[in-house]
Design a protein around this ligand. Structure first.
Ligand code: AMP
Ligand code: ZN
Length: 114
């Protein structure tokens, strides 16, 4: 598992600008931001897609959305508006096979996304 880039960020092997961390999840700034504010929220457990999480591990989603909730409050994003995105697979442009929730904010976010 552990040539996974985001597992290396979790383990501290690769540096990241962490804005929130607890025992179950981390939120850090995206290295190549697609909006003025672009954060990534990841669970500390490695799964490549939402559909791969076993039914007895569903608390993972509670934990990662708790981290999103904390980061949004802390960074004041509710006032600006924000978008959450989760990609899976090549057709979505997923580059890192570890579940991550993009948090995008600080500009007009057009709809539908491309
Ligand atoms: P996705 O295309 O949905 O898999 O998104 C992966 C995201 O990870 C992209 O927005 C990248 O800019 C971001 N990314 C890649 N490497 C790093 C890194 N070392 N630190 C922070 N973000 C990264
Ligand atoms: Zn991983």
């Amino acid at each position: 598992m552990n040539d996974c880039l985001f597992c290396k960020i979790i383990n501290g092997e690769i540096p990241a600008n962490k804005v929130y961390e607890d025992d179950h999840a981390v939120v850090f700034t995206d290295i190549n931001p697609k909006a003025p504010i672009h954060l990534l929220a990841i669970p500390k457990e490695h799964y490549s897609g939402v559909h791969e999480v076993p039914h007895d591990r569903m608390e993972l989603f509670q934990h990662v959305f708790f981290a999103v909730n904390q980061a949004v409050r802390q960074e004041g994003l509710a006032e600006k508006g924000y978008r959450l995105v989760v990609n899976f697979g090549d057709s979505s442009g997923q580059a890192v096979p570890h579940i991550h929730i993009h948090i995008l904010s600080g500009r007009e976010l057009t709809w539908p996304p491309g």
